[in-house]
Design a protein around this ligand. Structure first.
Ligand SMILES: [Mg+2]
Length: 258
């Protein structure tokens, strides 16, 4: 489908049947008051725009004098996904993404001689804050969390400068941690811990909100945080503590309106 953009690691994550039977680490102690909420960025707070989907490949290819076949994008992406693997030590590695994107370019009929340059340019577009739209539920929900006195952080796997992203979209956040600057990607516990340390909050006093089961939910729960899955595309109906938008988040976190 033209214009469709999604997170490859989310697609490469646990399939529904596997997740269903999976034992989750125990939930946090409900008697501990919540102090902070950490958010994932892509597909949780922000929707990647068409520049980051098949149309983006087409446009970048044309700038390099190559006519890519947009109809081959989806199958090229599925094939590239099969070869995509995180490092076992969860280190942030941009080369992984360039190779992934390069395979898609070649799969769309690109010339191997220019595929890497095209891939680099497509990847760089993920660093441009302008290429994302903030979901409409974000501002009112962040306002409501603030009204409850909560601290807010963003934790994202990627190369984007999140401080610039926060300024660009006028988001209300106290801290940001991006894997490029931290050196490890979610679900490595150190990336959550860095955000919590900077907020001076213990894991049991914090919740993680994100769209990726392994990176956001399992990663945060392994550290003793509360976690809520945002499933905007209704992919995981069997998961408890799942919301299809952010409006229900304050209630899901047990926050009662004054
Ligand atoms: Mg995400």
């Amino acid at each position: 489908m033209a214009g469709r953009v999604s997170d490859p690691f989310r697609e490469a994550g646990p399939v529904e049947g596997v997740w269903e039977n999976r034992e989750l680490p125990s939930a946090v102690d409900p008697s501990v008051a919540l102090q902070a909420v950490l958010f994932d960025v892509d597909f949780t707070l922000a929707r990647p725009g068409p520049e980051l989907g098949p149309e983006g490949y087409l446009q970048v290819g044309r700038r390099h004098g190559v006519e890519l076949d947009i109809s081959l994008h989806d199958q090229a992406r599925v094939a590239a996904l099969e070869k995509l693997q995180k490092h076992p030590d969860f280190r942030h590695d941009e080369e992984l993404w360039i190779q992934f994107t390069e395979r898609i370019v070649i799969g769309m009929g690109g010339d191997p001689a220019t595929a890497r340059q095209i891939a680099r340019e497509v990847e760089r577009a993920w660093e441009n804050s302008d290429n994302f739209d903030i979901y409409e539920d974000v501002e009112p929900v962040l306002d409501e969390l603030r009204a409850h006195g909560l601290k807010i952080g963003l934790v994202s796997n990627g190369a984007r400068d999140l401080r610039e992203f926060v300024r660009h979209h006028n988001l209300d956040a106290d801290v940001t941690v991006a894997s490029r600057y931290h050196g490890k990607v979610k679900p490595d516990p150190t990336i959550f811990r860095k955000a919590l340390d900077r907020l001076e909050v213990e894991p049991a006093e914090a919740a993680m909100v994100g769209d990726h089961l392994e990176d956001d939910i399992e990663g945060a729960r392994a550290l003793g945080m509360h976690a809520v899955l945002i499933d905007r595309e209704d992919r995981y109906p069997e998961v408890n503590e799942r919301l299809t938008d952010l409006y229900g988040l304050p209630a899901a976190l047990g926050l009662v309106r004054a």
